[in-house]
Design a binder for this molecule. Structure first.
Ligand SMILES: NC(=O)c1ccc[n+]([C@@H]2O[C@H](COP(=O)([O-])OP(=O)(O)OC[C@H]3O[C@@H](n4cnc5c(N)ncnc54)[C@H](O)[C@@H]3O)[C@@H](O)[C@H]2O)c1
Length: 366
């Protein structure tokens, strides 16, 4: 049963404060949520309708003779006319994105690309300091108010729910959720993973993505706007090998989760993924030790005196030679694909995983 307290509160507020309030979703959220703390769904529905500009569904729901809507409706009409007179907006103007894993590597590049495209972004990461650094960097590309940051643990539904609430409180809704965070577990000296690390890999790489969808679903549903989710798989999901079983199998499961979620959340939410291969530059998944191990494994010459970036570059070039395009894959290449899927350009694609692997024949779809 819909609680109409937030709607009545909105009318009261607009009467008291005027239309300017409608352009301040953060304050509006705070006021409506304070008026009715037990009805976040209704509040998000109102904010979604306001962001749409043409809140037909809300207006018809509001057609109660006891509630005078004229103030609100005339201001919405005005806003719509103003928007129509404005020059075309950037692709993500007035859109809100939550980027999990946004502190480093591919996620950080997604944040920066979204900033250039006009989005409001919450940067969320297990490492709060890197989330803040990425949000600060994004501020240099857009307006300071368009970016916020929070810590989050993809392996915890409470933490994800908190990040979702934080985003709604900050910007009034969510249009795109991106997750790039994952765990690449390193085996012990015997070459095996402990039972705990095996489980944790699946908790983060599979269950965490499911929990993220579950904790975001109510916002997508109640705000009533077309939305998208983009998750990050790997070429390893398709290429079996020795030594990285837990990671590889978790990414195979993630591919199927993308398809299942696309069906479950349709038609409102599109769900897609990307599958990168060996993005060495800028990734915390390739610390110096792992790079050196790989250089030794592939018998690539190097000197201990070389910087980590030089060693990474050697390894990236080696991996590139295994692909059809022969050029190292950069975090920016992956971010471009993610942002394409997250926005209107990818509006007709759902349930798919786009490879960004330089053309890795072993990972061709089968
Ligand atoms: N780098 C590669 O070669 C490569 C290849 C194929 C697939 N991928 C996939 O791409 C994605 C991103 O890789 P990257 O190179 O940008 O990695 P990265 O390590 O540079 O960035 C991942 C970010 O996720 C954060 N994170 C880790 N665990 C988290 C958790 N539990 N909750 C919230 N945040 C957490 C980290 O702090 C980090 O900022 C991963 O899903 C990875 O599996 C990477």
């Amino acid at each position: 049963m819909m609680n109409d307290l937030p709607r009545r509160k909105l009318v009261e507020l607009v009467r008291a404060e005027g239309n300017a309030l409608l352009n301040d979703p953060q304050r509006l959220y705070f006021l409506l949520q304070s008026a009715c703390p037990e009805c976040p769904s209704e509040v998000v529905a109102i904010l979604g309708a306001l962001r749409q500009g043409a809140p037909a569904s809300l207006l018809s729901a509001a057609a109660s003779p006891s509630v005078p809507w004229s103030n609100v409706t005339s201001s919405w009409g005005q806003r719509l006319q103003e928007q129509e007179r404005m020059p075309p907006e950037a692709e993500f103007s007035r859109r809100i994105a939550l980027v999990i894993g946004g502190g480093s590597g591919i996620g950080r590049e997604v944040v920066l690309l979204l900033a250039k495209a006009g989005a409001n972004v919450v940067v969320a990461d297990l490492d709060a300091a890197t989330a803040k650094a990425a949000a600060d960097e994004a501020c240099t590309l857009g307006s300071r108010e368009a970016f916020a940051h929070t810590s989050v643990d993809l392996g915890s539904s409470e933490s994800l729910a908190q990040a979702v609430r934080f985003t709604v409180q900050h910007f009034g809704g969510i249009d795109a959720v991106v997750n790039t965070a994952a765990l690449y577990p390193v085996p012990g000296d015997n070459g095996e993973l402990s039972d705990g690390l095996w489980s944790k890999t699946f908790l983060i790489n599979v269950t965490g993505n499911y929990l993220l969808a579950r904790e975001t679903e109510w916002v997508f549903r109640d705000q009533g706007l077309p939305s998208s989710m983009v998750l990050t798989s790997s070429a390893n999901a398709l290429v079996p090998k020795k030594g990285s079983e837990a990671y590889d199998i978790s990414k195979t499961a993630l591919n199927h989760l993308v398809r299942e979620l696309a069906i479950k959340l349709s038609p409102q939410v599109r769900v897609n993924g990307i599958a990168p291969a060996t993005v060495v530059a800028g990734s915390t998944m390739f610390p110096r030790d792992r790079v050196i191990q790989s250089l030794q494994k592939y018998k690539i010459e190097f000197a201990e005196s070389e910087s980590t970036e030089e060693l990474r570059s050697k390894l990236a070039n080696f991996y590139a030679q295994r692909t059809l395009t022969k050029r190292p894959i950069l975090p920016q290449d992956c971010a471009q694909a993610i942002v394409w899927l997250a926005g209107d350009k990818g509006a007709k694609t759902t349930g798919h995983i786009i490879p960004v692997d330089g053309g890795l024949t072993e990972a061709f779809l089968r």
